[in-house]
Ligand binder design. Structure first.
Ligand code: IPE
Ligand code: IPE
Ligand code: MG
Length: 241
């Protein structure tokens, strides 16, 4: 044991994506309002970012707000917008110092001009950092991403015979980011919920019943250990027969 940052397997995923689910139930189980769960979830995110750097993960994508989450009560939606703004205000300096490069996937337009600008400033400030790329999926939906890619391809006058997998990749919000190796979903739900539906074609899944605010470094290490045991075949035959 000794080194608390090591995982038992040598195979560390290059790109981890997390569906940070269960904030509401975490709060409800404590008799707290749902927004208290989102706050606790955000504090946890800070810890998981640091752990990701320590584990040697290069890309971390977090699902923070889906295109379907607009359907929630107005005060919850507004609370989530405030939390994003707060995180940028309070954490950006420290994240920058840690060498985290911030990126965003999804559509920023609907966030309002002030928040939109804050996100763009954060991306600009951190663009040269290279310890960890943190992709924040906010107002993100996998179907919306594909619709957006098709619109951009048509606008650019792409010819049908030019369309292939690599070209589609280039038109997605995640252009330039490798596909996720491991997708973690907290709170036990066995569904995709419109997350990285194109990019997850060959991702490994890890679902834990733990609610997101309780998902700590030890749980994270267990997910990475489980990943290290997987035999990824990509439709071919095992490399380790
Ligand atoms: C995930 O937690 C965070 C967001 C979707 C914004 P939820 O808010 O979905 O929590 P549950 O699933 O209701 O417990
Ligand atoms: C997925 O969780 C979205 C985020 C974690 C941001 P949801 O709670 O919105 O998903 P469903 O409704 O359970 O499918
Ligand atoms: Mg949920």
């Amino acid at each position: 044991m000794g080194d608390t940052n090591s995982t038992s397997g040598a195979k560390i995923p290059n790109h981890v994506a997390i569906i940070m689910d269960g904030n509401g139930r975490w709060a409800q189980s404590r008799g707290l309002p749902r927004l208290a769960g989102h706050r606790a979830g955000t504090e946890n995110l800070r810890r998981i970012i640091t752990a990701s750097v320590e584990f040697g993960i290069k890309y971390l994508t977090i699902y923070a707000f889906s295109t379907e989450n607009w359907g929630r009560p107005k005060d919850e939606v507004q609370g989530l917008m405030h939390i994003l703004e707060d995180v940028i205000d309070k954490e950006l300096k420290e994240l920058h110092k840690e060498g985290v490069q911030l990126r965003h996937i999804g559509r920023l337009e609907r966030l309002g001009p002030k928040l939109h600008k804050k996100v763009l400033n954060a991306i600009e400030l951190t663009k040269e950092n290279d310890r960890l790329v943190l992709n924040v999926a906010f107002n993100y939906g996998g179907r919306d991403e594909i619709v957006c890619a098709i619109q951009k391809m048509i606008q650019a006058g792409v010819k049908p015979e030019e369309v292939d997998i690599a070209l589609v990749d280039n038109y997605l919000f995640t252009s330039g980011t490798p596909d996720p190796d491991l997708i973690i979903r907290t709170s036990g739900e066995l569904r995709v919920s419109n997350f990285l539906i194109w990019q997850s074609a060959y991702s490994e899944w890890y679902v834990t019943p733990t609610y997101w605010p309780d998902f700590n470094k030890e749980h994270y290490r267990r997910a990475l250990d489980a990943y290290a045991q997987r035999d990824r075949r990509f439709g071919s035959l095992s490399q380790n027969p």
